[in-house]
Design a protein around this ligand. Structure first.
Ligand code: NAG
Ligand code: NAG
Length: 256
């Protein structure tokens, strides 16, 4: 009898593990249960945030932005988009909000700290939004979705901390799709000698020894699941006389 019970427990565990594996591998579009709150003292929009997007990060995606805790992934998660919908059927819409990660943070076991605007937009009506905001922390479900920036190419914003030629820091903006930028190479355009850059924090890439001449920034796009990786090569170079604060259009965009 004891042996029989042991076998039953073992086989149940095996079946459970098998189903779990199946669920993990076949469910990139499934919603994951969690909790969300909102920035207590923010305006409608988000804050400048840990990703290094600056004030641009507060108004990106119309201000539908969020801080993430685990999903921040040491900055790799910066710029990723999620559909987040609350689960209280009295107040919440099916669609929820689509937010871009611009910051790192957690509060009371939350995966997301949304801008007030994005938090309110999970509701069916303005009245329901007020009720949601009054709750403070709500049960949600979320899934990764493709980011979309109609009529935008990927751009490079040279960080204010930069000084040509000794220190180059820049942020990558308007990355569409649902892949991560996991590496960035800076190439000089005469001999195509390239060097890998450091992610200093968030979405900020830096080097203390930028080559001279026009610069080509190559970005490695990776699936979160560790699948296919693609180097994307911009059409436009960053000009030799780049300046802190300037924004350069790469001339390319990704859709996956
Ligand atoms: C919030 O973002 C929207 C959209 O970019 C912008 O029009 C608005 O001025 C922002 N509000 C504040 C308080 O920054
Ligand atoms: C995007 O880049 C292409 C060149 O690759 C250019 O023709 C187009 O004008 C750019 N779009 C914007 C919005 O700057």
């Amino acid at each position: 009898m004891a042996l029989y019970l042991l076998c039953l427990v073992l086989s149940t565990t095996l079946v459970f593990n098998f189903l779990q594996t199946l669920a993990d591998t076949s469910c990139t579009d499934c919603f994951i249960q969690s909790r969300a709150t909102y920035y207590p003292n923010s305006e409608d929009n988000g804050t400048d945030g840990a990703c290094g997007f600056g004030s641009f990060g507060a108004t990106l995606n119309g201000g539908d932005v969020s801080a993430a805790s685990n999903l921040y992934r040491d900055g790799v998660g910066c710029g990723a988009c999620y559909q987040v919908r609350c689960t209280n059927s009295a107040f919440c819409s099916d669609k929820g909000s689509t937010v871009v990660i611009t910051d790192q943070g957690s509060s009371d076991n939350t995966d997301f700290i949304l801008s007030q605007r994005a938090f309110g937009r999970m509701a069916q009506t303005t009245d329901a939004a007020a009720s949601l905001l009054a709750l403070g922390v709500v049960g949600i479900e979320y899934r990764r979705v493709a980011c979309s920036y109609p009529n935008k190419n990927i751009t490079f914003k040279i960080d204010e901390s930069s000084g040509n030629p000794h220190y180059l820091a820049f942020v990558i903006r308007y990355q569409q799709g649902r892949r991560d930028i996991t590496a960035v190479q800076l190439c000089e355009t005469q001999n195509f000698v390239c060097k890998l850059l450091d992610r200093s924090h968030g979405a900020v890439w830096t080097t203390t020894s930028a080559p001279s001449g026009p610069l080509s920034v190559r970005m490695l796009f990776s699936d979160e699941e560790g699948g296919e990786e693609t180097w994307v090569v911009p059409v436009n170079d960053i000009p030799q006389d780049w300046k802190a604060g300037d924004i350069y259009d790469s001339g390319v965009q990704v859709n996956q």
